[in-house]
Ligand binder design. Sequence first.
Ligand SMILES: [Zn+2]
Length: 275
Amino acid sequence: MTAHDMALTPRRCPLCDSGNATPRYRVKTFAVVACDDCGFTYLPVAAGFDHYAEGDGAWENAQPSFIQERLAQTPLQTRLSLATRFRTRFRKKSPVHYIDRHTANQAQPRLNVLDIGCGAGGYLLSLHPRYVPHGVDISRELAAMAHASFSARGGFVVTAPATQALSRFEPGSMDAIVMRSYLEHEAEPLEVLKGCFGLVKKDGLVVVKVPNYAALNRVVMGSGWCGFRFPDHVNYFTPTSLAQMAAKAGFRTRQRLVDKLPTSDNMWAVLTPVA
Ligand SMILES: [Zn+2]
């Protein structure tokens, strides 16, 4: 299946549910729109679960072709971007850092962590053994890989859209929830955040990493910005709009300046439940 023959469902504004929006960018064959009522920037269509479950649309298959496509279009910027990604990895900015800092003074022998959009698992395994990793992913192949390693530590992985998968976990059972490079893909991000509010403990946290639509690079590159991806990236958050959506789900958002630098294409945020 290609981007041109997949089934697409129209979307309303995921922040305020308005149906009125104005095109802001045209990228190849699609438009990114801004809500006329609240200003939220989003893709007014979304592909279904089947597109991402396996085959060309699944992350493990789509990711290499996105990189190849970008190399062909803008080789210099893409090589610089890949080099930058290596640099950020070298600096080891990871959800583990935020979770460790938040839970350092908690004495429980077992802490439950849920990674929504966990892919093959990976970094959660670098958490201290007292953390029990759980996951959600819609790619069957990646979810099976994550389940094999998470179940060895007492957790499990659910393969389903997040809006359905979250009900499979015990309410109020998670010490930490991670959404790393996930929420920009989710057709119903407010529903998922509300689901997280029901799952996370009152003293727990949700760690979010998403592309930053307020990045200087987006302003400079315009429709050539690396954050625009059709049909995968359906939500384009700024620090302000992420905090607004999180507040609607019951969370307070904390972002230090280093978490939302306009020189980075991505931003981090820590959400904590409002009592
Ligand atoms: Zn809106």
